[in-house]
Design a protein around this ligand. Structure first.
Ligand SMILES: NC(=O)c1ccc[n+]([C@@H]2O[C@H](COP(=O)([O-])OP(=O)(O)OC[C@H]3O[C@@H](n4cnc5c(N)ncnc54)[C@H](OP(=O)(O)O)[C@@H]3O)[C@@H](O)[C@H]2O)c1
Length: 229
């Protein structure tokens, strides 16, 4: 077992499309990545895949609850409908001072409907649901919902997408700094966590645009006129 490293990034469900894409990008930027899975062997296999594509990558794989305490930032990369159960499963492993990133999009596929609309959540957004479940002292930040997994995984090209990051100031800024590690991603100050309601819904819109404009790689989002940081 390796030691906790505040600079490391844990990605739970990092065996899937979006999490693996982020793992590849952060590993390529030289950051230590810890991939989590419900099954340790799947996490180890995903870590091997990252190492094969990013020579020299510092990446390991563990079961979700083992991966959680190892990193300063823990990204939840499981489908929306499994987000609450995943957070409940890692609650005991989370430590004060850690940041949990919610990128789940509450697509209506969760209830057997389509991917171009969302479902309502009592708390207002998937990110606020996560905040409701997270232990005291753990900050929840919303980010990466509008980034395409395909673009993340295609390492040859920059991702070309703005990432609207919402949550309290210090953890929000820590997650905005992660965006800067990925060529083409730009973290944008999205204000309070409740704005995740808007950002999550925008992904359903982007999915519809991908279909109408026949862009299977996934559209990105760019804001114009932003002053330089
Ligand atoms: N794909 C995209 O382009 C995209 C874009 C923006 C945002 N997102 C968001 O990113 C998150 C991940 O998306 P994805 O496309 O990577 O999802 P995915 O490939 O369908 O699933 C990701 C991982 O979730 C885990 N998982 C599956 N069923 C689970 C369950 N019942 N309980 C706990 N974990 C389970 C699996 O990991 P193990 O089997 O290894 O545990 C799986 O590899 C979602 O919240 C999605 O809304 C995705």
């Amino acid at each position: 077992m390796v030691e906790r490293d505040a600079e490391a990034i844990a990605i739970l469900g990092g065996t899937g499309d979006q999490g693996l894409g982020l793992a590849l990008r952060f590993a390529r930027a030289g950051r230590r990545v810890v991939i989590g899975s419900r099954k340790a062997d799947r996490a180890v296999a995903a870590a091997e895949e990252v190492r094969a594509k990013v020579p020299g990558a510092r990446v390991e794989g563990y079961e979700n609850a083992e991966a959680t305490p190892l990193a300063g930032i823990v990204i939840l990369s499981v489908p929306f409908e499994h987000t609450a159960a995943t957070v409940k499963g890692i609650r005991e492993a989370l430590r004060p001072g850690q940041i949990v990133v919610s990128m789940a999009v509450p697509l209506a596929t969760a209830i057997g409907d389509g991917a171009v609309r969302t479902v309502g959540i009592w708390q207002g957004s998937a990110a606020e649901l996560v905040a409701d479940l997270a232990p005291d002292g753990v900050a929840v930040v919303s980010a990466f919902q509008n980034v395409s997994a395909h673009r993340l995984q295609h390492l040859a090209d920059p991702v070309e997408c703005d990432v609207i990051v919402s949550g309290d100031k210090a953890p929000r800024e820590a997650v905005m700094a992660l965006c800067a590690l990925v060529p083409g991603l730009r973290g944008v100050n999205g204000g309070p966590l409740a704005n995740a309601r808007i950002v999550e819904a925008m992904t359903a819109l982007l999915i519809g645009l991908n279909v109408r404009y026949k862009v299977p790689e996934g559209l990105g989002l760019r804001l114009t006129g932003l002053p330089e940081a």
